[in-house]
Design a protein around this ligand. Sequence first.
Ligand SMILES: NC(=O)c1ccc[n+]([C@@H]2O[C@H](COP(=O)([O-])OP(=O)(O)OC[C@H]3O[C@@H](n4cnc5c(N)ncnc54)[C@H](O)[C@@H]3O)[C@@H](O)[C@H]2O)c1
Length: 255
Amino acid sequence: MIKVGVLGAKGRMGSLVSETVRGARDLELVAEVDVGDSRDDLRGCDVVVDFTSPGVVMDNLRWCVRSGLNMVIGTSGFDGARLAEANDLLDNSTRQTPQAAVKPRVLVVPNFSVGAVLMMKFAEQAARFFESAEIVELHHAGKVDAPSGTAARTAAMIAAARSAAGTGPAPDATATQLEGARGAIVSGVHVHSVRMAGLVAHQEVLLGGHGETLTIRHDSLDRASFMPGVIMAVRGIASLSPGLTVGLEGLLGLA
Ligand SMILES: NC(=O)c1ccc[n+]([C@@H]2O[C@H](COP(=O)([O-])OP(=O)(O)OC[C@H]3O[C@@H](n4cnc5c(N)ncnc54)[C@H](O)[C@@H]3O)[C@@H](O)[C@H]2O)c1
């Protein structure tokens, strides 16, 4: 049995993770931690799943890594600086045992939906063939951060693919604009965030070239769409190299 702890257990995602773990025969839910609960209950877990908020996740990460716990993180807000901090933390938290140096594993997953991972992969593959690439992400009105972690990661993947192919900047003649009208610029890619009651999590990658456009769209219609990826991460984290891994691609055989 894989012993699982959940941070943010009373939240929209955390409560669904707890329910899903309870329903899996090979997993045992040993700790559900939310605001006001002691993290000590997480000691002894094989893996801790964090769905809290960008404001608290780094503190949870520090605590888990220093406690030698493997961690699957779904909480958004992991930019380059945070990933670098996570790497430093992991490097400095390696424990020496009589057998070997032991470093915890941290898997940061901007999006657990298999469809969304494929959308990002397809966008990365297509990006070099088009002059223009922009992202529109649309989420429920309760989301506290913008742009989404998925949009930021898609932008970084598109930018890296365009840079590797020697694609220049996208054409844009905008000379005057109201602040924000062209969205946020993430890794050189314009990202537009929509927040609306009734939505869950959606994203369009718009690519434009000579007389044609390509739109790659993904819709998470229910939070249940994230659960197969979360469970895959919980089951698979022990097979990853110690240290930091970003994205589900490796576990899905897409890396
Ligand atoms: N990676 C993905 O696929 C994915 C999918 C959906 C949501 N998310 C992200 O997951 C995070 C959580 O989303 P949500 O909709 O469940 O939010 P939510 O607000 O419903 O839940 C967050 C929970 O964390 C708890 N919390 C806050 N501080 C805490 C702390 N210090 N210790 C323990 N618990 C604490 C809150 O009380 C709350 O119950 C967000 O960052 C969201 O963007 C990621």
